[in-house]
Design a protein around this ligand. Structure first.
Ligand code: AVJ
Length: 312
C-alpha cells in the first residue's frame, strides 16, 4: 500500500483547517467518476480543449517549427482522448513523431496503447510508466526536439507558488528550443464555472465523497458518506474555485490503520481542491516566472480555455 497516502491523510485531517490532497481522487473508482465529469455538458473544459486540438492541430504543429522527427511527451496521458486528434493529424500528414505518453496508471496506459494500435497503427508509441522528471531527463539528452504536453487544466490544481515551482522543474528538464503546450482554464462568466463544478447531477459530489470511501477501503476508516456533503464556490476576483467536503453533523471517524480518531464539528469543512482560472496577465506572469517565453495561445471559439504554447 502507498504509505504516503496514509501520511498525507494524517497530516490533512489533523491540521487546524482540515484538507485532503486532490491527487488522491484518482483511484480506479475516482478515475471512472472523473470520466463521467468530463462527459457532462456542464464541464466545458473537456469540450473546449478537444475543439482546440481538433480544429487547430495544423496551426499548433506549424507553430512548433521543429525539425523531424520530434518527440511528443505527454505528462499524465490518461485515456489520451483529447490528444488523439493531434496524433491523428500527424499520422494523416505523415509527420514523423515519437509519441511518449507518461502515466502512473498501468491500466489507463494499456487501454491507450490498445486504442492507438487499432486506430493509428503506424504511429510510433513509446509508453512510459512512472515519475515525470526521471523520464523527462532522458529526453533532455535526446537529439530530437521535444514537445511536452500538460493538458486538461491540471495546472489549476496548483497554488501560484507551486505552479511556478512545477513549471520550473519542467523547464530544467527541457533542452533549449523544446516547447510546452499547457492547457489552462480561463476566467469567464462565474455562473458557467459554478455550474461545471457544483453540478446538478451530483457527479462532482460523488467524485469528492469517493475520497472518503477510498480512505475507508485503504486505511480501514469508518466514514459514513451520508453524513458528509460537497460544496464549492468560485471567487471571480482571484479566479479560485475551491472545493470542500462538509461534515453534516458533529461526529467522530476512526481510521484504524493509522490509529487516528478524527473529530468533526457540525458544518466543519475539509478542503479538497483548488481549480484556478487564469487571465492572460497571469498566464504571462506564470510563463516568465518559470523562464519560458510564450509562442502563441490557442483558444476555443467560446474563449473558455487556452492551450498555451511556450518555448524554453
Ligand atoms: C483534472 C484538475 C483539471 O480541476 O477541473 C473536475 C478536476 N475537479 N471537477 C479540475 C475536477 C472537479 C479537474 N482537473
Amino acid at each position: 500500500m502507498d504509505c504516503s497516502f496514509a501520511e498525507d491523510v494524517r497530516s490533512g485531517l489533523t491540521a487546524e483547517k482540515k484538507y485532503l490532497l486532490s491527487k488522491y481522487f484518482y483511484d480506479d473508482n475516482g478515475s471512472r467518476i472523473f470520466q463521467e465529469i468530463m462527459n457532462m455538458p456542464e464541464y466545458y473544459l473537456t469540450d473546449a480543449e478537444f475543439e482546440i486540438l481538433s480544429i487547430q492541430a495544423k496551426q499548433i504543429i506549424e507553430a512548433l517549427d521543429f525539425s523531424r522527427p520530434f518527440n511528443i511527451v505527454e505528462l499524465g496521458a490518461g485515456d489520451g482522448f483529447k490528444t488523439f486528434k493531434l496524433l491523428e493529424y500527424l499520422v494523416k500528414e505523415r509527420i514523423e513523431v515519437n509519441y511518449v505518453p507518461i502515466d502512473i496508471s498501468q491500466e489507463a496506459m494499456d487501454m491507450l496503447i490498445a486504442q492507438l494500435k487499432k486506430r493509428l497503427p503506424s504511429l510510433n508509441v513509446i509508453p512510459k510508466i512512472g515519475d515525470y522528471f526521471e523520464i523527462l531527463k532522458a529526453f533532455k539528452k535526446d537529439n530530437h526536439p521535444s514537445l511536452l504536453l500538460f493538458l486538461g487544466a491540471n495546472i489549476g490544481n496548483y497554488s501560484d507558488k507551486n505552479a511556478i515551482e512545477l513549471l520550473k522543474l519542467f523547464n530544467d528538464n527541457m533542452k533549449k528550443g523544446d516547447k510546452l503546450l499547457i492547457g489552462i482554464d480561463l476566467k469567464k462568466n462565474p455562473i458557467t464555472i459554478h455550474n461545471a463544478y457544483l453540478d446538478v447531477h451530483g457527479i462532482t459530489r460523488r467524485f469528492n465523497l469517493n475520497l472518503l470511501l477510498r480512505i475507508n477501503r485503504e486505511l480501514g476508516a469508518n466514514f459514513n458518506i451520508n453524513n458528509f456533503d460537497f460544496y464549492c464556490y468560485y471567487n471571480p476576483d482571484n479566479g479560485e474555485l475551491n472545493s470542500y467536503i462538509v461534515s453534516l453533523k458533529q461526529q467522530q471517524v476512526d481510521i484504524k490503520k493509522i490509529g487516528l480518531s478524527v473529530h468533526f464539528n457540525y458544518n466543519e469543512l475539509i478542503w479538497t481542491e483548488l481549480s484556478k482560472k487564469y487571465d492572460f496577465n497571469e498566464i504571462n506572469n506564470l510563463a516568465s516566472e518559470s523562464k519560458f517565453s510564450i509562442v502563441q495561445n490557442f483558444l476555443d471559439t467560446k474563449h473558455y480555455f487556452t492551450d498555451s504554447l511556450w518555448k524554453k
